[in-house]
Design a protein. Structure first.
Length: 654
């Protein structure tokens, strides 16, 4: 176990006790208020705000939007969102990059709770868009831009907060989804009110199909989700919430003609939350625990002989609390704190212990990190037209020390339908245990050895972000235009050196070391326009221009598109229960690197994708959908598109 100083532990304890001594937590989610959830967002400020009033660049995807898309995964639900790159990452997961930032620089939450498990720069968040049971989702809130001043590490590009349904009236819901890539079956049971309690439980099974060639494939196999939620009405305007989530992945990937890897993953999350309202405002205090067990076995596909194995166990215990108080007629103050403890045991972390499995011996290391945080925010209505929101947060980590981040946002109502918005803030991402202490050797094929090494001297990634925008609506027309600018320092990347090993045939050894090696400027514009065409038809257009450059070399950053656009035509006929959406996505100037004759060559890729989905609500108990992604069957190796995807499903409620 890594050495920790007693003085640091005392500082952590004092910080947590200070946070918890404040009556905790900001607004109870909008599901407890008589408001329309498509007009309210809680993630941007941790308090309820109207979408058009909050200074942050936000978007809310409602349950109705999810149903109209027939979204069987979180990745599918985010397809029509502005400013998010959620395309596939080759054969393993999805990107979830916001405004050109890296995938690991977006914070993904479930009901405001962290869900991080994998923690390397190449894996963090890549799998999470496929790990959400969409049957339980009420809405998705997206905040674009730096919000570390409220959420701490990882929120450089923004936050994706998946908000689940509360236990509702007594009913049973069944879902069946089928695509050319996977099939899903789900059931959800709501007990209704039983005394002071209401419960819901859900179960979902996913069967992911194999794709690719016999020499390489995606991860395919089974996934299982089980969830229990309970809510108790303690007293008027006071609630006690409990939850238990379980996820299991039993997957396999063909690495080459001779070897393949099995992936056996188990994740358990459970916790309790107490929340309420009084004459001064809202409060909430909660604690939750996450356990993740990741076992990977690489074997000879013919003999079954074990070639290598990777084991990792992750434990996270979090306490947090927040309190909002109306301290003056024009000031809503929110204060809060957090304590988090993360423990890793892994064969990929440097350590003196060993583990032997089927004659193969590997190291076994461990790491423990402690985090503490305090933050404060003031929502100041300076005038009926002018809202100002300053916030500041202090974070402490017993490995790299303290970090202070802040943000200032403002909304000014030019007139009833026109709003000016601006934000400036700082953000950071703490180096993870793997990036600090990695020591992993891997043989992906017969011609290559890989050795990745951590760096205990890594510094946090830091960003300075600002954006300015104008949002307006008049009659049946609305639109948004935003310029954003991110200055990112000390990006954590792998610096790779390739050497040729002696022998015949020659083998290559790629040694990668985590380093703070890059500074970057990522800037661009976002544009959104909506037009109600009448007779149930509506048109929406999205466009993002991105200029992302390495400050040291002036070269464009890879894995990003310079232009990304979407044109979406929808038709809604509630009288007869029909809804249809036809949209086309354009990506151009997507920068990527490839190796040609042992030289790295940089190219740009482009693609145009036509998609369609139609839903039919037959009655309050039964609905169905049919959709086609990539209708024209386009393919692109650089962008990981491999053709048309058919999908359909039914929803039944009893």
């Amino acid at each position: 176990m890594l050495h920790r100083h007693t003085k640091k532990r005392l500082l952590l304890t004092a910080a947590v006790l200070g946070a918890m001594s404040v009556p905790a937590y900001a607004a109870e989610s909008a599901s407890n208020t008589n408001v329309r959830t498509d007009e309210i967002i809680v993630t941007a400020s941790r308090t309820e705000q109207e979408v058009k009033e909050t200074p942050s660049a936000v978007e809310v995807i409602t349950r109705a939007d999810i149903d109209k898309m027939g979204a069987e995964t979180l990745a599918q639900a985010l397809k029509l969102a502005l400013g998010i790159d959620i395309q596939e990452n080759a054969m393993v997961g999805n990107r979830s990059a916001i405004r050109g930032m890296n995938t690991n620089q977006a914070l993904i939450l479930i009901d405001g709770r962290r869900v991080r498990t994998e923690n390397t720069s190449e894996t963090m968040n890549y799998y999470e868009l496929q790990r959400v049971n969409m049957d339980d989702v009420e809405r998705i809130e997206i905040v674009r831009g730096a919000v570390s001043s409220l959420y701490g590490s990882e929120a450089l590009g923004g936050v994706i907060n998946v908000i689940r349904k509360r236990p509702a009236n007594a009913q049973t819901s069944l879902t069946l989804d089928w695509t050319t890539r996977q099939s899903d079956q789900g059931i959800r049971l709501d007990s209704g009110k039983v005394g002071k309690w209401a419960f819901s439980t859900s179960f979902k099974h996913m069967d992911v199909r194999e794709r690719g060639t016999d020499a390489s494939s995606n991860m395919y196999g089974k996934k299982y989700f089980f969830n229990i939620d309970g809510r108790m009405d303690v007293a008027a305007n006071k609630w006690l919430d409990v939850f238990f989530d379980y996820m299991k992945e039993d997957l396999y990937m063909k690495d080459s003609l001779t070897q393949g890897t099995s992936y056996d993953h188990d994740r358990i999350s459970t916790g309790v939350k107490y929340s309420g309202r009084d004459s001064r405002g809202d409060y909430e205090i909660q604690t939750y625990y996450t356990y993740f067990d990741k076992n990977q076995r690489t074997r000879n596909r013919t003999s079954g002989t074990l070639h290598s194995f990777d084991d990792m166990k992750y434990n996270s215990l979090i306490f947090d609390g927040r309190r909002s108080m109306q301290i003056a007629p024009n000031h809503l103050l929110t204060v809060g704190g957090e304590y988090r403890k993360e423990d890793y045991d892994s064969t990929r972390i440097k350590g003196s212990a060993t583990r032997t499995l089927e004659g193969v011996t590997d190291q076994l290391g461990d790491s423990s990190m402690n985090f503490a945080a305090l933050y404060v925010q003031d929502e100041w209505m300076a005038s009926p037209r002018w809202l100002l929101i300053p916030s500041v947060r202090w974070d402490y980590n017993d490995v790299f020390g303290s970090e202070v981040t802040g943000k200032f946002g403002t909304t000014y109502k030019i007139n009833k339908g026109l709003h000016f918005k601006a934000n400036v803030g700082t953000a950071y991402r703490a180096p993870t245990a793997s990036e600090l202490y990695f020591d992993w050797r891997h043989t992906p094929n017969a011609m290559m050895n890989v050795h990745i090494v951590g760096n205990p001297d890594l510094k946090p990634e830091k960003a300075l972000n600002f954006d300015i925008g104008i949002e307006g609506e008049r009659g049946k027309t609305s639109g948004k235009f935003t310029y954003f600018h991110n200055k990112v320092e000390d990006l954590i990347n792998i610096n790779t050196v390739v050497t040729i090993l002696p022998g015949f045939p020659p083998r290559r050894l790629a040694t990668g070391t985590y380093q703070n090696i890059d500074n970057a400027t990522i800037q661009g514009v976002e544009f959104e326009a909506k037009q109600d065409l009448g007779n149930g038809f509506a048109l929406r257009g999205l466009y993002t221009y991105l200029d992302a450059q390495d400050d040291g070399t002036g070269a464009r950053l890879t894995g990003r598109a310079r232009h990304k656009a979407s044109l979406q035509l929808s038709w809604d006929n509630p009288r007869h229960g029909w809804n249809a959406t036809l949209w086309n996505d354009w990506i151009s100037g997507y920068r990527y690197a490839e190796t040609v004759n042992r030289r790295t060559v940089y190219n740009d890729a482009a693609i145009s994708l036509l998609n369609f989905v139609v839903t039919k609500k037959f009655n309050d108990q039964f609905s169905a959908y049919l959709g086609v992604d990539n209708l024209l069957n386009k393919e692109s190796d650089a962008l990981a598109y491999d053709g048309r995807i058919w999908r359909g499903g039914v929803r039944m409620t009893f």
